[in-house]
Write a protein that binds this ligand. Structure first.
Ligand code: PBG
Length: 334
């Protein structure tokens, strides 16, 4: 039939230049946030067995070199996770002036100044013997995570991180009111310009398992279902995001990312006026890595597809252990 079909979507897919011109989603270095584990008591980087190619860094030269290398590839944002050598019931190693995360923040701030935007994960799980994201109390023989007692500790940790040089505090505990408690403490101490990126919509997910090995932060008893969200819920994400915004969050986050693209889209459509981050978490990383190591799929193509999907869903920023690789792949493509 001559002249049929008239409308041919394939015209726009003929070659790379046309496809690039009409691509709806772009991925640049500005979209990436690199997570880094810093550990007390080691002298050289330690590979994390469940996360091949990801390392724990000592506070010192290897950390500086790693950040410098990524800076030269275009990475401008890093988020730090501390692994202390001392843990107790109240997370006191999380707010010491010379704690592992405070020393790391200080070192990076002194070395890089404002060249790097420094995020600090704010939580208690890596710093407590029980591994929970708050203070554990008992009613009779029944333990529970004491929300309001936890807020005091979270505010204290956040302040010590801001004092050490963090530009952005990222509370990941899912305690009710934690953003407001931190905002108030920061403001009271003159840190009115310190940003808060809240892990607003954080699910109780099995995909954090490799992270818990990496940070030795698996709960010693129970699970996180009384504070992290139920994976069966999507609308509840709107409530969590709204509360954090009312309490003063500057940036929202959905976590995990790849498994929750619908939630990313929902939060972005509900609050388009707020920047949204998404966390491509450890288990999501390790799944691709394992398949790639086995030769079951092409790692680069898989990671680029998934990362673009997270952007397409509505995330402005992506926290990903693939940031160092993505930074190279973006440079190659440009
Ligand atoms: C809590 C925290 C966790 C992650 C980031 N912050 C662990 C948890 O909630 O159990 C998980 C990140 C990942 O899996 O990559 N401090």
């Amino acid at each position: 039939m001559v002249g049929y079909p008239k409308i041919r979507p394939r015209r726009l897919r003929q070659n790379k230049n046309i496809r690039d011109a009409v691509a709806e989603t772009k991925l640049t270095h500005d979209n990436l946030i690199l997570p880094i584990f810093v550990k007390e008591g080691i002298s050289k980087p330690e590979e994390i067995s469940s996360m091949p190619d990801v390392y724990r860094y000592p506070v010192g030269d290897p950390l500086i070199k790693f950040v410098e290398g990524n800076y030269s590839k275009g990475i401008r944002k890093v988020i730090l996770f501390g692994i202390p050598s001392f843990k107790d019931n109240i997370a006191s190693s999380a707010y010491q002036k010379d704690g592992v995360i405070q020393r790391s923040l200080k070192l990076l701030k002194e070395t890089f100044g404002d060249k790097i935007l420094l995020f600090a994960d704010e939580c208690t799980d890596e710093y407590t013997s029980h591994g929970h994201c708050g203070i554990v109390n008992y009613r009779g023989k029944q333990y529970y995570i004491d929300n309001d007692e936890s807020l005091k500790v979270h505010a204290k940790i956040a302040l010590s991180q801001a004092e050490a040089g963090a530009d952005v505090i990222a509370p990941s505990s899912m305690m009710d009111g934690v953003v407001g408690a931190i905002r108030e403490e920061l403001d009271r101490n003159g840190f009115t310009d310190t940003l808060i990126m809240s892990y607003s919509v954080k699910y109780a997910s099995v995909f954090y398992s490799p992270f818990r090995e990496a940070a030795s932060s698996a709960p010693a008893f129970g699970d996180r279902k009384s504070y992290q969200m139920d994976p069966r819920n999507a609308n509840e994400a709107i409530k969590e995001a709204r509360l954090d915004l009312e309490e003063g969050a500057d940036i929202l986050m959905v976590k995990p990312a790849h498994t929750y693209l619908d939630v990313i889209r929902l939060v972005k459509e509900t609050y388009p006026e707020y920047p949204l981050a998404a966390y491509h978490v450890s288990g999501e990383y390790s799944m691709i890595k394992a398949a790639a190591i086995n030769g079951w799929l092409n790692e680069k193509v898989a990671v680029l597809e998934i990362t673009h999907a997270i952007r397409r869903a509505g995330a402005d920023m992506i926290l990903t252990y693939y940031a160092p690789k993505l930074a190279e792949w973006i440079l190659e493509a440009s």
